[in-house]
Design a protein around this ligand. Structure first.
Ligand SMILES: *Cc1c(COP(=O)(O)O)cnc(C)c1O
Length: 290
């Protein structure tokens, strides 16, 4: 059901010198609403929900979540009802931001819960209570990361990508996408994940998911943590967009490209390296951030 959406995915060359070739693969252009990596992460989950005969998809996220936006659209498109459990009960009394109002317009039922309750969301008792309250429902974890999401993320790289590039780069949130990329990479390739969050816990988590060792995650370009920003990052993003005519967002893709350009400038890579950066989408979040 998903394959009709992802057809030819364009590439753009950003740098082409003797020292470096840097291309970006525009997963953001797959679809305006099920964009980027979230498309691949949802694919086998929705197929599984359909197989189990579930009528509803339930998932979790913050008010700006790309995963909530993608799930609302995908559920609508493939005839599921959907429920979004949103972090922050105070939001219930405020006008909805564009992420949430679009999700609601697509039929997603929004449930606002407190941050304390939200922290329970992976506890068996909490999930059990949800399943009792919403029978016949397929539950997707926050950020969409589970084994089926990793299976879908393996489809991001094509044979061309495995043959043509020495290094694959992507932005990292939960690490689900990077795990799929690692699993589907060629032995001779390296992967570098740019964490949108501070800390090294993601590396430990991914070490539990894959035997391969051809990858690394850096949080050197997280700008202080998730959704944290700085004028330097925003200036970089504006000049990148102007120069290449490729839109970014400040949570994930701008941080990755800032880091990548910085490493290239520091000559951190071998001469003649061919790099593929994945544009994982997320552009819907820009509307809500303004
Ligand atoms: C969700 C998201 C990521 C992170 O994906 P994970 O699989 O959670 O690591 C990266 N980029 C964008 C634009 C995203 O929306």
């Amino acid at each position: 059901m998903f394959d009709a959406l992802a057809q030819q995915i364009p590439y753009h060359t950003l740098i082409d010198t003797a020292a470096v070739r840097l291309d970006v693969k525009r997963l953001d252009l797959i679809h305006p609403q099920i964009s980027g990596n979230k498309f691949y992460k949802l694919k086998y989950n929705l197929i599984e929900a359909q197989k189990r005969g579930c009528a509803r998809i339930l998932t979790f996220g913050g008010a700006f979540s790309n995963h909530i936006a993608a799930t609302a659209y995908a559920a609508h498109r493939f005839n599921f009802q959907s429920i979004g459990i949103i972090r922050g009960e105070e939001l219930a009394d405020r006008p909805l931001n564009p992420t949430l109002s679009t999700a609601q317009a697509l039929g997603m039922q929004l449930e606002f819960i407190s941050r304390a309750q939200y922290r329970q969301k992976d506890q068996p008792e909490f999930i059990q209570a949800l399943m009792q309250h919403y029978p016949n429902t397929y539950i997707v974890p926050e950020g969409g990361t589970n084994a089926l999401a990793i299976q879908g993320s393996k489809e991001i790289l094509s044979n061309f990508d495995r043959e043509q590039y020495d290094l694959i780069c992507c932005a990292v949130g939960t690490g689900g996408t990077l795990s799929g990329l690692i699993e589907s990479s060629a032995e001779s390739q390296q992967l570098l994940g740019f964490s949108a969050l501070k800390g090294t816990f993601l590396s430990e988590q991914i070490r539990g998911l894959t035997q391969k060792t051809n990858w690394k995650i850096t949080d050197d370009y997280c700008f202080g943590g998730y959704a944290k920003s700085s004028p330097r990052l925003l200036n970089f993003m504006a000049s990148f967009e102007e120069r290449y005519q490729i839109p970014l967002e400040p949570i994930y893709t701008a941080k990755m490209l800032y880091g990548l350009f910085d490493l290239i400038e520091q000559q951190a890579f071998a001469q003649g390296i061919r790099i593929l950066a994945l544009h994982t989408g997320g552009l819907q979040g820009r509307l809500s951030a303004k």
